[in-house]
Design a protein around this ligand. Structure first.
Ligand SMILES: [Zn+2]
Length: 104
């Protein structure tokens, strides 16, 4: 069951991206950019890139627990980032949990 995301002040010229969790399209500013990077142990991991400054291939996700869970279940992180299976995504989970965007 996917709750609808309510568009907020979408402007005509704002780039639109697809959330890898719910697969809905949304203005880029509503989505969290994620990239393939490394965790604090130097292991390959999915990392949040809220400033959109990291180089390399990125993907986009609503910064909500439900879209995160959907992405995990679909193995969307590995697919979207062309990374190996089993990429750790705990740092994205932590970001979503503590995010001011998180509405529930
Ligand atoms: Zn979503």
């Amino acid at each position: 069951m996917v709750r609808e995301h309510i568009p907020q002040a979408r402007t005509a010229h704002e780039p639109v991206r697809t959330c890898i969790g719910c697969r809905e399209r949304a203005a880029r500013s509503e989505l969290l950019r994620i990239v393939a990077g490394t965790d604090s142990n130097g292991q390959p991991a999915v990392c949040p890139d809220p400033d959109r400054t990291a180089a390399g291939r990125g993907a986009h996700l609503h910064p909500t627990a439900e879209c995160y869970e959907l992405a995990v279940r679909r193995r969307a992180f590995s697919r979207a980032l062309r990374a190996g299976a089993g990429l750790a995504s705990a740092s994205v989970r932590d970001y979503v949990d503590s995010s001011a965007f998180n509405r529930d």
